[in-house]
Design a protein around this ligand. Structure first.
Ligand code: NAP
Ligand code: HSE
Length: 440
């Protein structure tokens, strides 16, 4: 084994994920080396701030503040981009790929915004790009889609793709606390993005949904072509209302394709899921994904979706693939084959036609005739009411009104929401959530 070339890894970024990769590589290196038929080592580490105190120690001789030098160093075979962001990380990734290296990335924002260019560059220069850690943390969902489920077409994929939001929603419900009280915990645990707005406003989930969409359907759908809503407007009372109605509230990505119309729809929004649904019962930092394939039926995947160890597990899985690829010569792995490009024939489903049941929460003046005014607006837009719950609101003289609807569509609900918001008796911005009918 000792005669084999040492495959050398460069870690660009030594934060939550980078330190996890160092720590666990050190632990599992003998095992990996014996499985992969030769030695591996970390040859360089790049950080932004050389003076920062770190929980995980690495030899000072390996550490620099020049990530570009690491990414293009001739001695480095595998570049792990664990910096984040889409500007410097893009430059660095493209430079490494142009140098023919294997890049391992956890950067879903980068892949969503620049995936097409990254994969093109990798192909052109004989480099390779692996990104298992970019979606659903420790769940090997990319391998599942690309390899295990290669026989399938996918009419429906949905699930929880953001650990931070699921952690916050779970705690909000358990502790009866607002989301801003829990956010700091998620940050302290290393779950949240450097810019936590990406998590709580739904963008991180949208980036991951775009990657899944590309893997499943061969098209890049930008987040500007999706509905993207986050969790900021959900209150502890919404969990109580949902529970009384038989639902859980989760931030869900839905990637659906109508094969008859050849239309695709990608959306991210808080969703009321039936309490018995498997994904509805995925809690804390865990992610849960349900993939329906035309051959396999529905398969479901649950695992930790964020945090050092889970993400490291996925990064090291990619490093192992990269080592095997380098040792076994060039050529594409199944795990790299691009899905067939269906851009010409595949259309975006008009978002206003999405059909769903809805949950509408209003804070209204506690006066006679208010409910009648609200229901009149709904009737005008042909929105049929399924249930009404009225509870006392926290502020004096107001009531909280929760209405659920029978199936309607986005266009009718948008018109309803706009008109209801303008009623004098409605005292704060209403909250509209979608109710899913996912049974499994
Ligand atoms: P992080 O803790 O903020 O670490 C980022 C690292 O990048 C830090 O070590 C930082 O250096 C370094 N860095 C920033 N700018 C740099 C520059 N110009 N040159 C060299 N180094 C630079 O972030 P993270 O949580 O590890 O996330 C890294 C990536 O993994 C992101 O793309 C994120 O979306 C993704 N990801 C994270 C998780 C998770 O659970 N945390 C899960 C899946 C994917 P300093 O330490 O000196 O500041
Ligand atoms: N901030 C992300 C999350 C990290 O919470 O899911 C994992 O991608």
């Amino acid at each position: 084994m000792s005669k084999e070339k040492v495959i050398t890894i460069g870690l660009c970024g030594f934060g939550t994920v980078g330190q996890g990769v160092w720590k666990h590589l050190k632990r599992c290196r003998p095992d990996l080396e014996s499985r992969l038929g030769g030695p591996i080592k970390v040859g360089a580490i790049a950080v932004r701030d050389l003076k920062k105190k770190r929980e995980v120690k690495a030899p000072a001789r390996l550490i620099s503040a020049d990530a570009m030098a690491v990414a293009t160093d001739r001695k480095i075979d595998i570049v792990c981009e664990l910096i984040g962001g889409t500007t410097y990380a893009k430059k660095l990734t493209l430079a490494a790929l142009r140098a023919g290296k294997v890049v391992v990335s956890a950067n879903k924002a980068l892949i969503c915004d620049h995936g097409a260019e990254i994969f093109r560059t990798a192909r052109k220069h004989g480099g390779h790009f692996f990104f298992e850690a970019s979606v659903a943390g420790g769940i090997p969902i990319i391998k599942a889609l690309r390899e295990g489920l290669v026989a399938n077409k996918f009419p429906q994929i949905y699930g929880i793709l953001n650990g931070t939001c699921n952690f916050i929603l779970t705690k909000m419900e358990a502790l009866d606390a607002p989301y801003c009280d829990i956010l700091q915990d998620a940050k302290d645990m290393g779950y949240a993005e450097a810019d936590e707005a990406l998590d709580v406003q739904g963008w991180d989930t949208a980036h991951k949904a775009a990657i899944i969409c590309w893997l499943a359907h061969g098209v890049w759908i930008g987040s500007d072509k999706m509905i993207v809503e986050g969790i900021e407007k959900i209150t502890p009372q919404d969990f109580k209302n949902a529970s009384a109605l038989g639902y859980e509230i989760k931030l869900i990505a839905i990637i659906s394709r109508d094969f008859k119309k050849n239309e695709i729809c990608v959306r991210v929004h808080p969703t009321l899921l039936p309490a018995g649904n498997v994904v509805a019962n995925v809690n804390g930092v865990f992610n849960g994904v349900s993939i329906t394939g035309d051959v396999v039926g529905t398969t479901q995947y649950i695992g930790q979706g964020a945090g050092q160890d889970a993400t490291t597990s996925a990064v090291i899985g990619d490093i192992a693939d990269a080592v095997a690829l380098i040792r076994n010569g060039k050529g594409l792995h199944l795990s790299e084959v691009s899905p067939s490009e269906e851009k010409q024939v595949l259309k975006l489903a008009p978002l206003e036609n999405i059909r769903s049941c809805y949950y509408l929460r209003l804070t209204v003046r506690d006066q006679p005739g208010v409910l009648a005014k609200v229901t009149a607006v709904m009737a005008k837009h042909k929105v049929s009411i399924a249930s009404v719950i009225q509870t006392l609101s926290e502020s004096e003289g107001t009531a909280s009104l929760v209405l659920t609807t029978h199936e309607s569509d986005e266009k009718a609900m948008e018109a309803t929401l706009s008109q209801v918001s303008r009623l004098a008796a409605v005292v704060s911005k209403p909250l509209l959530l979608r109710i899913s009918d996912f049974t499994e």
